[in-house]
Design a protein around this ligand. Sequence first.
Ligand SMILES: NC(=O)c1ccc[n+]([C@@H]2O[C@H](COP(=O)([O-])OP(=O)(O)OC[C@H]3O[C@@H](n4cnc5c(N)ncnc54)[C@H](OP(=O)(O)O)[C@@H]3O)[C@@H](O)[C@H]2O)c1
Length: 338
Amino acid sequence: MRQIVTTANGDIDVLKIQEKPDPTPRDDEVVIRVRAAGLNFADILARQGLYPDGPPKPCVMGYEVSGVVDAVGKDVNSSFAGKSVVAMTRFGGQSEMVAVKATQMFEKPEKLTFEQAAAIPVNYLTAYALLVVMGSLHEGESILIHNVGGGVGLAALDIAKKIGAVTYGTASSGKHKFLSERGLHHAIDYRRQDWQPQLMQLTNGLGVDLIIDPIGGAHWKKSYASLRHTGRLGMFGVSTASANGISGKLKMLKAVVQMPRFHPLGLLNKNRGVFGLNLGHMWHEPEKVALWMRDILRGVDEEWIRPHVDQAFSFADVGKAHRRLEERKNIGKVVLIP
Ligand SMILES: NC(=O)c1ccc[n+]([C@@H]2O[C@H](COP(=O)([O-])OP(=O)(O)OC[C@H]3O[C@@H](n4cnc5c(N)ncnc54)[C@H](OP(=O)(O)O)[C@@H]3O)[C@@H](O)[C@H]2O)c1
């Protein structure tokens, strides 16, 4: 089988296609013949050497796939063989074939193409955990979704709309038309002007009930300051550090130094909550994640979960796929096709 290997820290030239023997399933695993693999911002940060959760290099990245079950392990129901599925993979997804635990696999909804299905796990589980589980977003409340045009951003928008929240989102201006057609109430261009005064003006100086922030560093301070009373801030990424070489390391250091420190008395007196999320640290809680996933897949049936594929790239064009995310051109998900 062919795999995309990140051979070292660096720019896109470190991404190579390599041949490896086909995997065989362990007793509790299936082997999936991959039809589409999701690309995530974590893959970019891993290539840049800025992702502490990534495997040692050389490594095969990839947190999610859709495809067809090719082989089943001894302890797995054999009726899964030949089924179309979507799965979470703890790396190795960017391959023609991948072995995964059966508990991390779900039947692919028939209404979705393989490309759309590969856009579900990371983006929608992250958004679900941020909005529903930890952020407790309620009907009539307001949410600011940073980078709302990205993969997690669009997923969060679907969920916020289903809940019945008022939605604010930051994104590059070229994405605003698409976002308002998709149902975003207030799009804010954060690239040309400071988003915070715009948000405060739109909310009559109050701020919002929930902010989800993947940018990190000093940005989290600004988001925290933009919460209204009983507001919550969900922190889940440090895109601000994204860069190759020494520049990335320096940006990460700056982001860490500039992160806010929250004092319990400050939280208490301002009626605010803060939380963090790392979906990649949930592998030991498969039952919990499976419950979230079932709700999301029900949403596909009910048509309020609408995975949007920005572009599909062949494995050979993986460098172009990385560039599309790094250059902020994507609207929604970028997927890789073996
Ligand atoms: N903690 C978790 O469990 C978890 C899970 C999934 C994702 N994440 C994080 O969530 C964020 C979004 O991930 P994603 O996979 O859905 O990616 P994405 O949002 O589809 O892709 C990147 C988008 O982010 C925006 N962006 C903001 N700062 C950027 C920068 N410095 N460089 C490049 N793009 C930047 C760009 O859009 P605009 O500039 O137009 O807004 C760009 O199009 C990332 O920080 C990722 O690490 C965390």
